[in-house]
Design a binder for this molecule. Structure first.
Ligand code: FAD
Length: 393
């Protein structure tokens, strides 16, 4: 049997290793357009490789996989995050679980993962062809018994050229995982300020997210913003990256309970300046900014704020608004929303419905996730599932 794997990234390399283990006599050729395999994995997680997540904090897969959650649920029945943990530890990569549920090699070195996968491919006899860009998947399907496409995210539509002649349904690619630019907003003067639990949303839409928020020199970033950018990736692309951002600095309290909390502070500190006593979760500099934004004098005393002042403060705390205009990269990390539509795929096998023998795995599929190790987990799980499907066939 002859199998071609297109793209030596996370999904392609993992798939070819598992293929050779199951079918030692098969010829497995992996084609990579770059000069070496796994170049992207080498820079994941800031060079530390956040290779999976404990999923302990995940209440539904849809929350972390805005696209592809149902397919991920299906492939997890074959290979999930626990299997990933066991797989890498069995191969000698000791892993460590961070407090934020992200999993990294204990060595904190992505090259340990890269070197392991390359070593296994070589040892098992996978033929690695670098600097070999595949121009047409269709011609490969005529040459090989099975073809696995793992070409990763597609930043431009022209990158779909390799699918010509296959008549696949393709979802236009747009970037996901970015930070918001807030040009002209004075909040940027607070760059470096972090609030641990903030809820954010886009006005007039149902897109929401929560988590830590970081104010930057150009706007806002941090897990809450990245999650929102992922969930609203297509909506924001269609609106030219212009939208109204709603920020609830309390993490979810409504204006009424925020008002009650402020009233409690006011009653306990009538003679203190409004700027000097505030809800504990709001850093002082941010509080001063919010007080000014609420048109309450910073040097007024709590007793002088009055019901109107409290109402305005509660409103700013729970329903602060910003004008998003543009996006920026987050530590060079991004994934693609879009790709090969999941309607083309048999969810059980990841085989193309209209082309038996053609399989897809990894980010080339219309699957992507928020940050936290979920994207690499999707690559391992789908790559593994394809290897099992080909071997079973
Ligand atoms: C800077 C950065 C940091 C990241 N950090 C993390 C992280 O810590 N944790 C996490 O879970 N996710 C992270 N991600 C996302 C994650 O890296 C990807 O989701 C994952 O690598 C996807 O795996 P893949 O195998 O589908 O694609 P890729 O790893 O992108 O591999 C695809 C391969 O196919 C090759 N290729 C493309 N076209 C052709 C062609 N025509 N012929 C031959 N070869 C071709 C490419 O050169 C590439 O090597 C990060 C992404 C970036 C950009």
């Amino acid at each position: 049997m002859r199998v071609a794997v297109v793209g030596a990234g996370a999904a392609g390399c993992f798939c070819s290793i598992e293929l050779k283990r199951r079918l030692p006599d098969a010829t497995v050729d992996i084609f990579e357009s770059g000069s070496k395999p796994l170049a992207k994995v080498a820079v994941t997680g800031g060079g530390r490789c956040n290779l999976t997540n404990s999923f302990e904090d995940v209440s539904s897969l849809k929350e972390v996989y805005p696209r592809g959650d149902k397919l991920i649920r299906r492939v997890f029945t074959t290979f999930d995050h626990k299997d990933t943990w066991e797989w890498f530890e069995r191969e000698g990569v000791r892993l460590t679980l961070q407090e934020d549920h992200c999993v990294f090699p204990a060595s904190q070195d992505a090259m340990q993962v890269v070197n392991l996968l390359i070593k296994l491919m070589r040892r098992l006899g996978v033929n690695i062809h670098v600097r070999h860009k595949v121009e047409s998947v269709k011609s490969l399907t005529e040459e090989y018994d099975a073809v696995v496409v793992t070409v990763g995210g597609r930043p431009g539509k022209k990158d779909f050229d390799l699918f010509e002649g296959l008549d696949l349904e393709l979802v236009p690619p747009v970037p996901s995982l970015f930070t918001f630019n807030l040009p002209g907003s004075p909040v940027r003067e607070l760059a470096g300020t972090v609030v641990e639990n903030v809820s954010v949303g886009l006005a007039g839409t149902g897109f929401k997210a929560s988590g830590p928020l970081l104010v930057t020199h150009w706007g806002m970033s941090g897990p809450a913003i990245l999650k929102l950018s992922s969930r609203a990736a297509r909506h924001l692309a269609e609106s030219g990256y212009e939208a109204t951002l709603l920020v609830n600095w309390t993490g979810g309290a409504d204006a009424e309970s925020a008002r009650n909390e402020l009233k409690r502070i006011a009653e306990g500190n009538p003679l203190r300046q409004v700027s000097n006593s505030h809800p504990e979760f709001i850093p002082s500099r941010l509080w001063s900014y919010l007080v000014t934004k609420s048109k309450v004098r910073e040097d007024s005393r709590w007793s002088e704020a009055g019901p109107r002042g409290l109402n305005r403060l509660a409103e700013t705390l729970t329903n602060d608004t910003y004008h998003i205009k543009g996006r920026s990269r987050f530590k060079e990390e991004f994934v693609t929303c879009g790709g090969v539509a999941l309607t083309n795929i048999n969810y059980n096998t990841l085989e193309c419905k209209s082309h038996p023998g053609l399989y897809f795995a990894g980010e080339t599929l219309d699957i992507d996730a928020v940050t936290g190790g979920f994207n690499l987990q999707a690559a391992w799980s789908t790559g593994y599932r394809v290897a099992v499907s080909i071997a079973e066939k």
